[in-house]
Each structure stands twice: as structure tokens, then as C-alpha cells.
Write a protein that binds this ligand. Structure first.
Ligand code: GDD
Length: 397
């Protein structure tokens, strides 16, 4: 892959946020045959097939799924490179039809016919919930001791499993994607980001190039998602407030498609449901921005690199209604509003914005969301010991 070297960046304490990078060639071939870009006339990185392969072999791709048509899930799973480890984390309905059983059959068949490392777990599994409890990570459990519902909660479980499987990188891909080609591309871009990173603490976030919408019987390719526009605006405002320079550096506030080095995944705090992606940025500013107490000094010293890569395929997924989008915006703004890094004037703007879009009533308080501590607090030896036997066979082959 040939990818632009980012010219602009924002430093915020130990965080380095790079500007959006364009992909110039999706596949630049084998190392020895790759185009020679050494000349300073080309400010590009060239990531050879071998380099991508080496990183992808150490990566778990997590696919969170809840009641997505099997055809879509199948397309997504077929598109993930064979050498990646795959964890499907499902919170699908069990009634009237048991969708999880259908997903499990699909995954078992894929493993059988492609011989690839792939596991599926049920988010509400009693043994898995118990394993988290035994390992001292109970905050993600409900009053019955079962893992709570929510995309973020499923992702937390999957990150713990990827770490238990010894993976160095963890990437996320939504299951409701109609274009397998885009899924394949996201994985390549995750690998490219990790390959150019100089830090052990790295995050790679995808900003898709376009999203097709149907407008008056025609296709129209939008540039930014409905919630991303708002989330990005407020994240940039928070950064600008401290640096004193207006910025548009954040383009991936809501990136469902993102990847983390496992070392970074272990020291980040998380929030529930769909706010998890915007809270990444907020938690990075809180923990490593140098404004507050620094929980992991070593991480801040080593720097955290955040890459934003502009994919080439259009992103085409199941379209949700405006209520879903409004709730997603509210959840994202909530984690900003309640953060110690959010300045008062921006808090006021958040309330105005949410009131204007009728996500809050006039004078209503914006309630606090749910947060989870870093996974570093989990005892991984105990967690592994408590994992159910059949899962261990597919997860740790
Ligand atoms: N395991 C699990 N548990 N998965 C879930 C749950 C849950 O409780 N809820 C949703 N999912 C799965 C969905 O099946 C899908 O594969 C993925 O999580 C994303 O959920 P969607 O409901 O399809 O989200 P979206 O398309 O509106 O939003 C996506 O893109 C946003 C950025 O545009 C999500 O990835 C957001 O998190 C992201 O901010």
C-alpha cells in the first residue's frame, strides 16, 4: 500500500494526532518489486505485502454483531485476510429464532472449510461473564452477573479475548457492511498504520472516502456521516480551546472501523454502547493530555500515535433512522460534556446543540453515561483459566 505521509499533526500532551492520510495505491506488491519512493519528491510511505502480512498475522479482527442479516455477516467474514485471527462477538436475539445458533453454524463452517482461526462468542454467555468476574473485571456485568448489552460492552469482551489469545493488534469491523471489498481494505489500512507507527501505543481510525445515499432516485456519495460531523466538530473545539489554534484535525470521532495496539487497548478507559469511539479521543486527552493526573506515566513518555486513514471503497452499511443517529450524537456529546477536559463554554454549546436537535428538552440535564476501567486491571491468567474449554480450542489454536 502506498499512503501519504501526514504533513500536519496536533500534539496534545503525549498524544500525536495525525491529519487524514490518503491511500495512493491499495497494493504496492512485494518488497523487492515495490515502487522506489525513496526520492524526497514523494512524501509517501510504501508498505509492502510482506510488512502488511507480518502485522495482520498478529492481529485479531473483532466483528460485533447484533441481529445483522447472515448474508452480510458472511460477506464481512469472507473478506478478512486468512492470516488474521477473527473474533465474532454476538449479542443477537435468541427468540423467536435463535440467531446466535445460526451465526455459530456459519462461523463453524468457515473454520472447517477455510481452516482459518475464527471464534464466535455470545455476549450473554454465563461462563464468559463468570470469567470476567473471576478476573476482577465486574464493572461490565449487570445485576445478574451477565455482560451488559451494548456495542462497547461486546468490544470490551473481545479485547480481553484478543489479549488472552496473545494478539499484538486488535481491529474492529462492523458486521452490517454490504461491501466485502471495503472490509478487506480496512484491514490493510490498519496494518499500514501500525507499520508506520513508531510507538507501541497506536490507534488507527478509518474515515471512509464516501457513503452512498439514495437521493431523488440517484446515488449521492456523502463525505461525512451524520453523527461524525457533530462529534468531530466538538472534539476539534475542545482541542482548539487548549492549543489556542483552530483545528480540523479530528476526522474520525465516531470511527466504528478502528484498530488499536493491544498495549494501548489495555490502558484506555471505555464508555458504554456507541459512545465508545468518541470516548477514545476524550480518554486519550484525559489520561495522556497532561492536563490532569496521568495514570500511566510510561505511556505518556512513549507517546501515543493516532493515525486517520481515508479509505478508497465506499462505506455501505445498513441505514438507520434519524432517531438512532440522534441518540448516537447524544451519547458522543455526553462523554465530552462530562469530561474534566471539556471547558465550560463548550459544555454550554453542547447543551444548545442537543436542545436544538430535540435530543434534550429545554432545561433538561444531560445525564452521565457509563464508564469502564482499563483492561489492565484484569487478571489475564485467571481469565484464561476460566474460559470455557470449547472456546479455548478455537481462540487459542
Ligand atoms: N456484540 C454486539 N453487542 N454488537 C452490537 C451491539 C451489541 O449490543 N449493538 C450493535 N452491535 C453491532 C451491530 O450489529 C453492527 O455490526 C455494529 O455493532 C455497529 O452497530 P450499528 O447499530 O450498525 O451502528 P451504526 O451503523 O449506526 O454506527 C456505526 O458507525 C458509527 C460511525 O458512523 C457504529 O460502529 C458506531 O459505533 C460508529 O460510531
Amino acid at each position: 500500500m502506498i499512503i501519504e505521509i501526514p504533513g500536519e499533526l496536533e500534539r496534545f500532551g503525549g498524544n500525536i494526532i495525525y491529519e487524514l492520510q490518503r491511500v495512493l495505491l491499495l497494493d504496492s506488491g512485494l518488497r523487492k518489486k515495490a515502487p522506489d519512493l525513496d526520492s524526497s519528491a514523494y512524501p509517501y510511505y510504501n508498505i509492502s505485502y510482506e510488512e502488511s502480512y507480518a502485522i495482520e498475522s498478529k492481529m485479531s479482527i473483532v466483528v460485533p454483531v447484533k441481529d445483522v442479516p447472515l448474508k452480510l455477516l458472511e460477506g464481512v467474514l469472507f473478506a478478512i485476510p486468512h492470516h488474521c485471527h477473527v473474533i465474532v462477538v454476538s449479542n443477537s436475539s435468541k427468540v423467536p429464532a435463535d440467531r446466535f445458533v445460526m451465526e455459530k453454524k456459519l462461523v463453524d463452517n468457515i473454520r472447517k472449510f477455510t481452516r482459518r482461526p475464527i471464534s464466535i462468542v455470545y455476549q450473554k454467555d454465563k461462563k464468559l461473564s463468570g470469567a470476567l468476574k473471576d478476573a476482577g473485571y465486574s464493572s461490565v456485568l449487570d445485576s445478574k452477573g451477565i455482560i451488559k448489552s451494548g456495542k462497547g460492552e461486546g468490544m470490551i469482551l473481545a479485547m480481553a479475548l484478543a489479549k488472552a489469545a496473545g494478539k499484538k493488534y486488535i481491529g474492529f469491523i462492523d458486521a452490517d457492511n454490504y461491501f466485502p471489498g471495503s472490509v478487506h481494505e480496512y484491514v490493510k489500512e490498519y496494518a499500514a498504520g501500525f507499520s508506520i507507527s513508531e510507538s507501541r501505543f497506536t490507534m488507527v481510525r478509518i474515515a471512509w472516502y464516501s457513503k452512498p445515499e439514495i437521493s431523488k432516485d440517484n446515488l449521492f456519495f456523502t463525505k461525512q456521516g451524520r453523527s461524525s460531523v457533530v462529534t468531530n466538530k466538538f472534539l476539534n473545539k475542545i482541542i482548539s480551546y487548549y492549543t489556542g489554534f483552530e483545528t480540523e484535525i479530528v476526522r474520525t470521532g465516531n470511527a466504528g472501523e478502528h484498530a488499536l495496539s493491544t498495549e494501548l487497548a489495555m490502558v484506555l478507559g471505555y464508555s458504554s454502547g456507541y459512545s465508545i469511539e468518541s470516548y477514545h479521543y476524550i480518554n486519550l486527552l484525559e489520561n495522556f493530555g497532561g492536563l490532569d493526573t496521568i495514570p500511566y506515566k510510561k505511556v505518556m513518555n512513549d507517546f501515543i500515535e493516532i493515525f486517520q486513514i481515508n479509505s478508497r471503497n465506499p462505506h455501505f452499511h445498513q441505514k438507520k433512522g434519524s432517531r438512532h443517529i440522534r441518540n448516537m450524537i447524544k451519547d458522543s456529546l455526553k462523554v465530552m460534556y462530562h469530561s474534566s477536559v471539556c471547558p465550560e463554554p463548550i459544555r454550554e454549546e453542547i447543551i444548545q446543540d442537543l436542545t436544538a436537535r430535540e435530543a434534550l428538552k429545554e432545561g433538561e440535564e444531560l445525564e452521565k453515561g457509563i464508564y469502564y476501567p482499563p483492561l489492565a486491571s484484569l487478571d489475564f491468567d485467571k481469565f484464561k483459566d476460566s474460559l470455557p474449554g470449547p472456546l479455548t480450542e478455537t481462540l487459542l489454536p
